[in-house]
Design a protein around this ligand. Sequence first.
Ligand SMILES: *[C@@H]1O[C@H](CO)[C@@H](O)[C@H](O)[C@H]1NC(C)=O
Ligand SMILES: *[C@@H]1O[C@H](CO)[C@@H](O)[C@H](O)[C@H]1NC(C)=O
Ligand SMILES: *[C@@H]1O[C@H](CO)[C@@H](O)[C@H](O)[C@H]1NC(C)=O
Ligand SMILES: *[C@@H]1O[C@H](CO)[C@@H](O)[C@H](O)[C@H]1NC(C)=O
Length: 361
Amino acid sequence: MASQHLILLLAIFVSLCVAAIGQGNKIVPFNPSCSTTGNYSGDSQYKKNLDQLLSTLATAATDDGWFNTSSVGTGGDDQVFGLIMCYADRNPTQCKECLAGAPAGITQVCPGSRTVNANYDACLLRYSDVSFFSVADKTVAFNVYAKSYVENMAAMNETRWQLMSQLAETAGQTKLRLDTGSTRLGSTSMMYGLAQCTRDLAVSECSTCLSDYIVQLSKIFPNNSWAAIKGYSCYLRYDLSPFGITLPPSSPVPPPSSTRSTGFVAGLSVAGAVSFMVILGVSIWLLLRRRRKHARLMREHQEMEDDFEKGTRPKRFRYDELSVATDFFSDDCKLGEGGFGSVYKGFLKDLNLEVAIKKVS
Ligand SMILES: *[C@@H]1O[C@H](CO)[C@@H](O)[C@H](O)[C@H]1NC(C)=O
Ligand SMILES: *[C@@H]1O[C@H](CO)[C@@H](O)[C@H](O)[C@H]1NC(C)=O
Ligand SMILES: *[C@@H]1O[C@H](CO)[C@@H](O)[C@H](O)[C@H]1NC(C)=O
Ligand SMILES: *[C@@H]1O[C@H](CO)[C@@H](O)[C@H](O)[C@H]1NC(C)=O
């Protein structure tokens, strides 16, 4: 029964953690951060650059790896920098819909803002007139959590701390800046985790962003059976039920040219050749390690997919099946405000199930 609730909550998280009500090809973010000063006007060069950026960002990310950073303009006030990325716990359809609909949604919600950070259910979109790449923004956009609780709070916190700390460290070392893992919790349960950063971040920026959120998890969610923290540079989620992970299709790797590198080595001094070989060896080792990691992620994902297909794992719920039952983020749903922001509740009448979402102000 409890696990059934968890599955439902998971599904609700998938579908409702953002008021991502698609209107045609437009998706509205939840709780975006829009700058309010120095707004651009409708006929400005900034707007032209922004429009161009938004249309190319989404296409580039759809075609290649579900992530892109780019800039349009040649310096000065009119240059605009942008970033778009899909979250790994969404499927390809949700990712593509988000990439396609986010740009139109944001310009409707934040018309005129030069700097925007916006989180959607399946993706993240940011743009600004100053470059924000490679520096982690540790602001919490919002939290999503279960209103079901574990009994052994201390064990849960300890297990979560260890699992998520490990993921925070390893996520930054992967090319996709994400890692997933699971571990045993007590004798009968499992805990699953996901840590993901935007791909412009270096290892250390990624891990400090995630580590910040791990501390917050312990403070804010001492005994919730799942929770997630979404920010503008990193994303953390833990759960006592498994959830699907989708990695972007990998782009084709150009075949190595062996003849040229042989000739190159021959032309070097002995010392040069030795250091070249060392660097080559380390690079190959790093490459293989990365490949193995990627292969492992793919394998785990495939197993999960297979289990879904075979029906041994929870059925996935479709967004439109669930969204009708709740009315999130309206003032009617507001439970209260506190140190951490406003809390909204949603209620699925048919299922007699209450869920909560925290909007961080
Ligand atoms: C973003 O897309 C452009 C155009 O496809 C591409 O040239 C660039 O390398 C991409 N950037 C990243 C970081 O993927
Ligand atoms: C700038 O635009 C934002 C919306 O993007 C709006 O909320 C804000 O009031 C505008 N600021 C001014 C000074 O017009
Ligand atoms: C959770 O565990 C961490 C790491 O052991 C500890 O620092 C923190 O105080 C714990 N929090 C709670 C609420 O028990
Ligand atoms: C843990 O969960 C219960 C509900 O079962 C809740 O009432 C309680 O406040 C929670 N404990 C802490 C320390 O927050």
